[in-house]
Design a protein around this ligand. Structure first.
Ligand code: BES
Ligand code: MN
Length: 446
């Protein structure tokens, strides 16, 4: 195994699941491993405490007049459940069929480490970097980056930079260099409906008091029309339509045809708002998804019970110029107005993040395109993303810098799902890409 893969395997072995407090010490150990790796490369590395998981910052000696580049990544991962659907243990990485299999292989440890190793290689081969570098790694991206915004605000002078680079998004198709120029935002919520003071016999009491499970189903059903359009009042008020060049480009980008969506998902047919292709729906239309719904007996056989409580969890994906707080308020108003009779309702606001949209033809955007071309020996494609990295718009708001999304994640990488994987080829390309990128960003006017 190459030394690069040895490093990646070590990084992947930490179960740094940020949402699960039982993994808090594993998450910290993972941050500590990064500190050691970065210090060993003669960067100044520092671990910053937050109310939850630490932030890792590393930098070279900055030289006046050079471009200051921030490279961001996240070392936390999503939970592994359902564990029984994995073909191997999620934190015991293995290579099979040219891919590295482990939780975090693509999202985001493999992509993030490629940048670290690109820098390491460049320092070894050339003695120094052509840019002022700031590595910023957090352990809370998968829980909405609750502490990174305040950290940026408190450290904005030290973190001042000209441009930010992230590899934590998609690659349109295998071996296709891809520059992302947009991300959807997000707004999450949960609703709990309560009926009787405890579970009841459904024969003795059913029909006399409301059933919260029925009520939650009615409430959820009120949120969309039959084409999947969201019926929350004012939901689409601030939605910006795609530019004609984007629609034209989307139609010609590999990996973004309706057929590709059918193949990757295995769904019996596509579904969604009329008048848009699958890629357009994902890139530039907002959604309201039910991420979980529950209440009552879910075990084997039947149980005649009238549950006391039922719940649903929601996440809205947002596009420019929607605002996560405003969308939450609109959803709340809708839920209150449509709350069925006979139950009480509690609405919880969860994390949120703004959408992001940049100009892929800006000076730094063109640097990224040249670097992608150099690393893959192929003309890059441009895409918007359906996923979210909530901190990206916050970077722009607080640090005033744009972010280059240099995606290496394949559509079948199974991120957030069992059997997450990352092609060795993409890992190696990421290392080359980092080196090409730093060279291009050093001379942005080329
Ligand atoms: N890396 C993903 C986002 C992503 C993946 C964007 C592929 C585009 C293509 C990121 O780690 C992620 O999963 N973000 C969460 C954010 C949320 C928890 C606040 C998401 O999008 O669900
Ligand atoms: Mn993720």
């Amino acid at each position: 195994m190459t030394p690069e893969l040895v490093d990646l395997f070590a990084f992947l072995r930490f179960p740094s699941v940020s949402t699960d407090s039982r993994h808090a010490s594993d998450t910290r150990a993972c941050a500590q491993w990064l500190i050691e790796k970065l210090s060993g490369m003669e960067l100044t590395a520092k671990l910053h405490e937050t109310p939850k998981h630490p932030i890792v910052i590393a930098r070279n000696a900055h030289v006046e007049g050079r471009t200051t580049v921030m490279i961001y990544g996240h070392y936390d991962v999503q939970p592994v459940d359902p564990l029984n659907l994995w073909d191997r243990q999620p934190f015991e990485p293995e290579i099979r069929d040219g891919r590295i299999w482990a939780r975090g292989a693509t999202d985001n440890k493999g992509q993030m480490l490629a940048h670290i190793l690109g820098v390491e290689k460049m320092l070894k081969e050339e003695g120094e970097l052509p840019v002022n570098l700031i590595f910023l790694f957090e352990g809370e991206e998968e829980i909405g980056s609750p502490n990174l915004g305040p950290f940026l605000e408190a450290h904005k002078d030290e973190l001042k930079c000209d441009v930010i680079a992230i590899s934590d998004t998609g690659m349109a198709a295998p071996a296709t260099p891809t520059l992302g120029y947009g991300l959807r935002g997000i707004s999450c919520a949960e609703v709990i409906l309560r009926g009787a003071k405890g579970d009841l016999h459904s024969g003795l009491f059913g029909g006399a008091v409301a059933n919260p499970a029925t009520a939650v189903a009615q409430l959820v059903a009120s949120l969309h029309d039959l084409d999947g359009k969201v019926t929350v009042e004012g939901f689409y008020d601030k939605v910006r339509e795609m530019e004609p060049w984007e629609r034209e480009m989307a139609a010609n980008t590999p990996g973004t045809a309706d057929e590709d969506f059918l193949n990757v998902t295995g769904a019996p047919s596509l579904f969604g708002e009329q008048g848009y292709t699958a890629a357009e729906r994902v890139w530039a239309r907002p959604t309201l998804e039910i991420n979980g719904i529950g209440g009552g007996y879910q075990g084997e056989g039947s149980k005649t019970v009238l549950p006391a409580e039922a719940m649903a969890k929601f996440s809205c994906r947002l596009v420019p110029d929607q605002d996560p707080d405003e969308i939450f308020e609109k959803l709340k108003t809708h839920l209150e107005k449509h709350c069925p009779k006979g139950v009480s309702m509690e609405i919880l606001k969860e994390h949120g993040g703004k959408p992001y949209l940049a100009d892929p033809q800006s000076g730094f955007g063109l640097c990224a395109q040249r670097a992608l071309k150099a690393a893959f020996n192929k003309q890059p494609v441009l895409i918007r993303e359906g996923g979210s990295i909530p901190i990206v718009q916050t970077f722009s708001d607080i640090l005033g810098a744009d972010t280059l999304l240099l995606g290496l994640a394949l559509a079948d990488a199974q991120i957030h799902a069992p059997n997450e994987n990352f092609p060795v080829e993409n890992f190696e390309a990421g290392i080359r890409l980092n080196q090409a990128l730093l060279k291009e960003l050093a001379n942005p006017a080329n």
